[in-house]
Design a protein around this ligand. Structure first.
Ligand code: NAP
Length: 535
């Protein structure tokens, strides 16, 4: 199957009526076939309205029905996998192995949420039975469950054409919560978006649910703005630039009925090297450059800022890292816009007072700019701080030298919100452990994920993952866009007081027909399948 240039609204293939988009092969400039139609504002509204009309039927689905839909989506993606991967490779310029792995992550994510839905913990059920004899006042019967918010608008990311796009984590978590989804496709991979949307649309059709449960519209900024402004939309998931994310936050906040926007935007993901970790500075430096230059640095978790002790071992790290970057070559970036934004940002950093250029690699051809490594000394860091803590999306790394841990802690306390922070240390070295103990609360305050050892690129999709963090990493630090906790973004609590049994929602019924884990009168009762009751 190859793309034909369509969007999908409520189960029907439609041609966008507001112009066309010619796909490109990554940032190389080469054009691809076919042209894609861009939807009009009226078509956007049609998709949003269909989502609102489907909400009643979709929210009423049982855990089994909802889980089955997510699994069917994973299966249809796998069935069309070869074509989807081929399209994503052509449009993104990413290597086939990476895209194939990303398809596995995407289907794995859908299945993870199927499991979450069946287990049902996300419904957060609490029952406080009536206490008619309590004095001085009786207590009514009170029961709480989380309910879905309503239709969710999803803006796919350019850098993960599968796992953070049409069938990505935002879509999977919103559908799992019981929310219909309207995806605004990314112009960097319209063909891939269409093929994925076709697979998801057919899974919805086979399930017998209304087509409005899932729609995919390809459109420009006007269409995206119209989607967020639509009165039918109740929440937004976004991954991309700070500018784009903030524009959507502003639109959502200025609606007659404001709605939440969960935007994952920008980060430099500080890495802190403590002195004990410099036993083999060259090996550590080589691993760092591997993470920095992987995929042309086009990861939200790219380690853009590294804190390194002054002194000889630190100097040896710098020398080895510079040599590795000098040998590295740029790979084709995702879009011409991203490549030129990188070139501009990288040049701006090089021109910043106090910033020393340690190494530049080679360009890998059109749209594949060279990686670079820079350094700021202890004297210059205050003046250069704003520039070096701003994300430059791509393989640009800045090493900041520090003289002692107290200075390091003060500096980290000033850093903007981040997705990750990484500590490299020797766990057997008391000085390192003491320094890390001092830094942990500082980092906890600034980031969503703290790693010890390793590199932040690579985000496991699981229950314990947090891919979030304080602004500007995201627009809402209370949650995550990767992992099962992401479902909480798209639901809200409702309390039912003195509801007769005949009206009781299934999740709250006395006989627990869905076998959910529930907190009853202060005691957590694990789902019967999990077997135990804990107080
Ligand atoms: P982007 O420009 O923010 O676009 C992301 C999505 O938002 C696209 O669908 C885009 O529509 C839409 N959009 C952007 N501005 C909008 C606005 N004002 N109103 C309505 N919709 C809007 O991100 P990108 O194209 O993926 O990459 C550009 C830059 O974003 C990169 O250079 C990098 O700095 C950053 N980025 C960060 C991450 C991260 O994970 N932190 C990931 C990817 C990119 P169109 O398709 O019509 O433009």
């Amino acid at each position: 199957m190859t793309p034909s240039g369509y969007s999908f609204i409520a189960g029907s293939q439609v041609s966008g009526t507001a112009g066309t988009l010619t796909p490109r092969a990554g940032a190389s400039g080469e054009t691809l076939e076919p042209e894609h139609g861009l939807v009009s504002v009226e078509q956007v509204e049609q998709a949003a309205r269909a989502a609102a009309e489907a909400f009643g039927a979709y929210r009423a689905t049982s855990p089994e029905q909802r889980a089955a839909l997510l699994e069917a989506m994973a299966a249809t993606l796998e069935a069309d996998g070869d074509d989807i991967v081929a399209s994503a490779v052509a449009e993104s310029g990413l290597p086939q192995a990476r895209v194939t792995g990303e398809l596995g992550r995407t289907t794995g994510q859908l299945r993870l949420f199927a499991r979450v839905v069946r287990q049902g913990d996300h419904r957060g059920v609490r029952l406080d039975p009536a206490l008619p004899d309590r004095t001085p006042l009786p207590r009514p019967d009170l029961r709480l469950q989380m309910v879905p918010l309503g239709p969710v608008a999803v803006f796919g990311a350019s850098n993960f054409p599968l796992a953070f796009s049409v069938a990505g984590g935002d879509t999977a978590s919103a559908l799992a919560a019981g929310c219909p989804v309207v995806v605004k496709g990314h112009e960097a991979h319209p063909g891939t978006g269409e093929l994925v949307a076709r697979a998801l649309t057919s899974a919805v059709a086979d399930s017998g649910l209304p087509g409005g449960v899932f729609s995919y519209i390809l459109g420009g900024i006007e269409a995206g703005q119209a989607l967020v402004a639509s009165p039918h939309i109740t929440a937004v998931g976004f991954t991309g630039s700070r500018r784009g994310g903030l524009a959507l936050v502003a639109t959502a906040a200025s609606r007659p009925v404001p709605i939440p926007v969960y935007a994952e935007m920008s980060a430099v993901n500080p890495v802190v090297v403590l002195p004990g970790a410099l036993g083999d500075p060259a090996a550590l430096a080589t691993a760092y450059v591997g993470s920095l230059t992987q995929g042309s640095g086009q990861f939200c978790t790219n380690p853009g800022l590294l804190f390194l002790p002054t002194g000889e071992a630190g100097d040896a790290f710098v020398e080895a890292a510079a040599a590795a970057v000098a040998q590295a070559s740029g790979q084709t970036m995702l879009t011409e816009g991203i490549a030129s934004a990188y070139e501009k940002g990288a040049a701006g950093l090089r021109d910043t007072a106090g910033v020393e250029v340690l190494a530049q690699g080679s360009a890998g051809g059109a749209g594949a700019p060279a990686p670079q490594l820079l350094q700021v000394g202890t004297d210059a860091v205050d003046d250069a701080w704003d520039a070096v803590t701003e994300e430059v999306f791509g393989s640009s790394g800045v090493i900041v030298r520090y003289a002692d841990t107290a200075a390091l802690a003060r500096r980290l306390a000033r850093i903007d919100g981040q997705l990750t922070a990484t500590l490299h240390l020797d766990a057997d070295d008391d000085t390192d452990v003491e320094a890390a103990r001092e830094l942990l609360p500082v980092l906890e305050d600034r980031v969503g994920r703290i790693l010890v050892g390793g590199w932040p690129t690579g985000v496991e999709v699981c229950d314990a993952m947090v891919h979030g963090g304080p602004y500007p990493a995201t627009s809402d630090s209370r949650t995550t866009s990767v992992g099962s906790l992401a479902i909480e973004r798209f639901q809200r609590p409702v309390c039912y007081q003195n509801l007769p049994a005949a009206l009781m929602p299934q999740a709250l019924a006395d006989d627990n027909p869905w076998g959910l884990t529930r907190r009853i009168d202060g005691t957590l009762h694990l789902a019967p399948s999990q077997g135990v009751t804990h107080r």
